[in-house]
Design a protein around this ligand. Structure first.
Ligand code: NAI
Length: 724
């Protein structure tokens, strides 16, 4: 039988329990490893010769938390409160036994310890960490809608005080060993080769055999919850929490409740409180949706699960970026950071140099903040060659075009670059609006032509939308995906369509906001409710950011291209007036739906009520619910249309792309998960009502009607999500 966790005992009676799961690069918690861990604990307690126990790992990291299957089973298995509670309580008992069994336990943390991995360490009586700056210690559960359910919400605040623990629990931030030492999460940081010896030294001294919180006289660090400091902090934390979550995320609220309630009772009761909240999260829909989209499906996308399997792996060593403007400069930076040689071409040398200077700025900042060595900066910069000379394109595995959004200019640079390219090199366009199949007409090998759509700012935004033109080959798709993986971004693959997938759906959010404004709903209601849905900002503010003149240009072009098929709305004349009559282009000229004074915060433009009479200025609960529904459902119905039209091919991509691409309310798990959660039949019914009241843009596509009739969902039940 394979052993995931083993126990050895030395001549001094010190046992070492080592996590080292065969065939895996990381230790994770699953039935196998936990079973072995418990057997080792049994042996350690049964053997009177064992004086103390070291927990460590045989891998480069400690334990990365629960494994995918375990998380899936918890979130997507039967919603059986009893079974879920028993399961969580079982693990609590294991850790409690370590704490109270009378033998001292030391965690020798050699690398990253996250989630349940760190919770095991917190249950030890002492923690030594190797001085490994790459190691991360943290409780990131909140990021996927969960809470640390193995005592993390109880032990961490009892160890370092609620004030220090709350940001770590509520933001899921992780710390390197030195920061963890400063935060008093670990007791000692030692050179890696001294780790086990340091742990043993502690055990051979006068080690603690019980936890401070099991002492009768235990005093909560930072004072009791009902002390003056506690009262003030929890009141403040509660308000801050609502400000950031807008009530959409149950996990942070549950974490705060666990800490607040749990610190008022002995630890055993606190752990039961934690289990109760943990299970309540598992029974709700938010955690499952977030786990599926933000954890499982992002992992699948990063692993390139949908990459054509029969195309050999590629490794871009040299690329050319055409256009060194905002996007091109960012693309050059992320590529050079991944060790790729970059030829950065612009129409004149000064513009090309300016593009490289962007990388210089970012790298200098990293050096000055101590995040990067000077040598590394110089090495990255050395990879970027700014030029106007197409002769340097030669030898590139990939070209990414990011020149002006004009068909003719794009065609011209495509021809020039292709003349220098090897026959099998790939040509990618970063166009945001022009259909790929049309741009590919300028190419002599349209099968190698593909859309590689980055988001701004390129160095921060994690998603890349890969767009297949009508003639794009699976090889081009595979190689574009390989490149995206190499620069550590997440790819989704979509088919050609106006606005592709992300811009098309995002556009509906801002458009619906402007539509409501034209109907006479007060702009403050629209933007406040928009932000309260969990979108990054209100639709009017976002319209200003994207630029109203751009929206006008895109709408005019779309209306021209679609002719009778264009669904005109009340937003069209309003945008036209703002741009053509009033010269209000948005944030870029400080005049849009908002005014942007030089010295002061932005505020809604006072003149707005003169051009659109505001008929609804009171936000009744019914109105707020309707605005909320319109903003979310309008995007979701468009995403469903993209599924029906085959623009986006997998529900997983649709959700991942929505959250990472345009910030679709993450608590929903994405627009397709939202439809599943509402229920397809109920969603169709609501969309029919909205279409009746506000227009055909809400009309549900046939796909949804068919699914409703058959009782289907987009995402499959237990465990199937990862296979999509
Ligand atoms: P930009 O205006 O900042 O940069 C364009 C660059 O192309 C300029 O440096 C310009 O000198 C250069 N250029 C123009 N004609 C050229 C030629 N014939 N040869 C070589 N270089 C030439 O524009 P930005 O924002 O970087 O956009 C570039 C492309 O990326 C556009 O297709 C845009 O639609 C797309 N895009 C833009 C996003 C954004 O948020 N700005 C997001 C995603 C895509």
């Amino acid at each position: 039988m394979t052993q995931n966790v083993t126990l050895t005992v030395d001549a001094d009676g010190i046992a070492t329990i080592t996590w080292d799961m065969p065939g895996r690069s990381m230790n994770v918690m699953n039935d196998g490893s936990l079973g072995d861990f418990v057997s080792c604990l049994d042996k350690a307690f049964a053997d009177d010769a064992i004086k103390g126990v070291i927990l460590t790992s045989g891998k480069k990291d400690f334990v990365a938390g629960a494994d995918l299957e375990m998380i899936q089973r918890m979130c997507f298995g039967p919603k059986d409160a009893r079974a879920l509670t028993d399961n969580a309580a079982h693990f609590q008992k294991i850790l409690r036994r370590m704490e109270t069994g009378g033998k001292p336990f030391v965690a020798a943390i050699n690398g990253t310890a996250l989630g349940g991995g760190l919770e095991i360490c917190l249950a030890c009586h002492y923690r030594v960490a190797a001085d490994n700056p790459r190691a991360q210690l943290g409780l990131p559960e909140v990021k996927i809608g969960l809470l640390p359910g193995a005592g993390g919400t109880q032990r961490l605040p009892r160890m370092i005080g609620a004030q220090a623990a709350l940001p770590l629990l509520l933001e899921g931030k992780s710390l390197d060993p030195k920061a963890a030492l400063a935060a008093k999460i670990v007791d000692e940081v030692v050179p890696a080769d001294d780790l086990l010896a340091a742990a043993k030294r502690y055990l051979l001294g006068t080690p603690r055999k019980a936890q401070p919180w099991d002492d009768k006289g235990f005093k909560q660090p930072g004072g009791p919850v009902h002390g003056p400091g506690g009262m003030q902090m929890f009141t403040f934390a509660n308000a801050m929490l609502h400000k950031t979550t807008k009530g959409n995320y149950p996990a942070p609220k549950a974490i705060l409740a666990c800490v607040y309630e749990g610190l008022q009772v002995p630890i055993e009761a606190g752990l039961r409180i934690e289990t109760r909240y943990f299970v309540s999260l598992l029974l709700g829909s938010v955690a499952g949706n977030m786990v599926r989209s933000l954890f499982i499906n992002v992992q699948e996308a990063n692993k390139l699960s949908s990459r054509p399997k029969d195309v050999p792996r590629s490794d871009a060593k040299k690329i050319t970026v055409l256009g060194a403007g905002m996007m091109g400069a960012g693309i050059a930076y992320v590529s050079a950071m991944a060790g790729i040689e970059v030829v950065l071409i612009d129409a004149d040398q000064a513009s090309a140099d300016k593009g490289k200077a962007y990388s210089q700025d970012l790298l200098d900042k990293a050096v000055s903040k101590g995040r990067m060595a000077e040598a590394k900066r110089d090495q990255v910069l050395g990879l970027i060659m700014p030029t106007t000379d197409y002769a340097h394109v030669k030898g590139s595995d990939l070209v990414i075009e990011a020149v002006f959004e004009t068909r003719e200019i794009k065609a011209d640079v495509t021809k020039k670059a292709e003349a220098m390219l090897a026959a099998d090199a790939i040509f990618g366009s970063n166009t945001s609006t022009l259909p790929i199949s049309g741009l590919a007409e300028a190419s002599v090998r349209p099968e190698n032509f593909i859309g590689i759509h980055f988001f701004s700012p390129v160095d921060k935004m994690p998603l890349v939308e890969i767009i297949m033109g009508a003639k794009t080959s699976p090889t081009a798709r595979a190689r574009a995906m390989d490149y995206v993986q190499k620069i550590k971004k997440t790819p989704i693959v979509v088919n050609d369509s106006r606005g592709f997938y992300t811009s098309r759906c995002f556009g509906t959010y801002v458009s619906e906001g402007i539509e409501m404004l034209a109907e006479g709903i007060a702009p403050a209601i629209i933007d406040n409710v928009g932000a309260a849905t969990g979108m990054p900002r209100g639709p009017l503010e976002l319209s200003d950011d994207v630029a109203l003149d751009l929206a006008y240009k895109v709408r005019s072009q779309t209306a021209k291209d679609l002719g009778d098929k264009y669904l005109a709305t009340a937003a069209d004349p309003l945008i036209a007036k703002m741009v053509t009559e009033l010269g209000r282009f948005g944030r870029k000229n400080r005049k849009g739906f908002y005014d942007y004074p030089e010295n002061g915060p932005k505020h809604l433009w006072q003149g707005l009520s003169d051009i659109v009479p505001q008929k609804i200025t009171e936000g009744s609960p019914e109105l707020i619910e309707e605005v909320r529904k319109r903003l979310l459902y309008r995007q979701a119905v468009e995403a469903a249309r993209c599924m029906e039209e085959g623009v986006v091919m997998a529900a997983a991509d649709a959700d991942v792309g929505a959250i990472m691409g345009w910030g679709f309310a993450p608590w929903t798990g994405g627009p397709i998960s939202l439809i599943d959660t509402v229920g397809v039949a109920k969603f169709v019914e609501e969309c029919d009502r909205l279409a009746q009241k506000y227009g055909a843009r809400f009309a549900p596509p046939q796909l949804l009607r068919d699914m409703a009739a058959k009782g289907e969902t987009f995402h499959k039940a237990v465990g199937a999500a990862a296979a999509e």
